[in-house]
Design a protein around this ligand. Structure first.
Ligand code: NI
Length: 189
C-alpha cells in the first residue's frame, strides 16, 4: 500500500525514533509499504518517520544510480535499528541532496565519505560493515531522519535564508508534489 509521505513541518520528522522490537506487529507490512511508497515517489531511500511512524527503520534502494556509481548496482538494504559511526578522518565530500519530505528543494550537503554501520536486517540478522562513497551519504541522510534531522539542517545559513519562504509555504501545503503527501497545515486531509 502506498502511504502518504509526511512533509516538512510534520512533528514526527523532528522526533527521535523508537527502537524496533522483535515483537513489533506488522513490521513486514510496514517495510513493504515503505518500499511501495518510495518507489511510487521515485526515491532512493525512505525512513519510517517519513510515513508517520516513529521507528528506527530505513529502506534504501540505490540501484537506479548505477550508471553514475557502478558499485551501487543491485544495492538494496533494510536497516532496522541502524547505528552510524562517521569516520571523522575520512575526506568530506559536497553533493546535492534532496528528500521526499522536502519536495522541490535540493541543496549541497557536505558529509564525511566513510562510515561504520551496524544494523539488523528484515530477517533479524545483525550486520556490521564499513561503507564509503555515495552509499555512505544515502545511509547518513536516511539515518539522520531517525534522529529527527533533515538534510536542510546541514546547509549554510545563507542557503537556509534563501529557502525560508519555500519552507514556510511547504508547511501550509503550498508546494507542488507529484506523490501522495501529508502536509502539516493543509485543509486537505
Ligand atoms: Ni530524506
Amino acid at each position: 500500500m502506498i502511504l502518504p509521505v509526511y512533509i516538512y513541518g510534520q512533528p514526527v520528522l523532528r522526533k527521535e525514533a523508537e527502537l524496533v522490537t522483535k515483537d513489533y506487529e506488522g513490521l513486514n507490512e510496514l517495510i513493504e509499504n515503505m518500499k511501495e511508497t518510495m518507489y511510487a515517489s521515485n526515491g532512493i531511500g525512505i525512513a519510517a518517520p517519513q510515513v508517520g511512524v516513529s521507528l528506527k527503520l530505513v529502506f534504501i534502494d540505490v540501484d537506479v544510480l548505477k550508471e553514475d556509481f557502478p558499485e551501487l548496482e543491485g544495492v538494496q538494504m533494510v536497516l532496522i535499528n541502524p547505528e552510524v559511526t562517521v569516520d571523522e578522518n575520512s575526506p568530506k565530500v559536497t553533493r546535492e541532496e534532496g528528500c521526499l519530505s522536502v519536495p522541490g528543494i535540493s541543496e549541497n550537503v557536505t558529509r564525511h565519505s566513510k562510515i561504520h554501520l551496524k544494523w539488523t536486517d528484515e530477517n533479524w540478522v545483525e550486520h556490521e560493515e564499513d561503507i564509503e562513497g555515495y552509499l555512505a551519504r544515502v545511509v547518513q541522510h536516511e539515518c539522520d531522519h531517525l534522529d529527527g534531522h533533515m538534510f536542510i539542517d546541514w546547509i549554510s545559513a545563507i542557503r537556509k535564508q534563501l529557502i525560508r519562504t519555500k519552507l514556510s509555504n511547504m508547511i501550509k501545503g503550498k508546494v507542488r508534489c507529484s506523490y501522495k503527501a501529508k502536509f502539516f497545515n493543509s485543509k486537505k486531509k
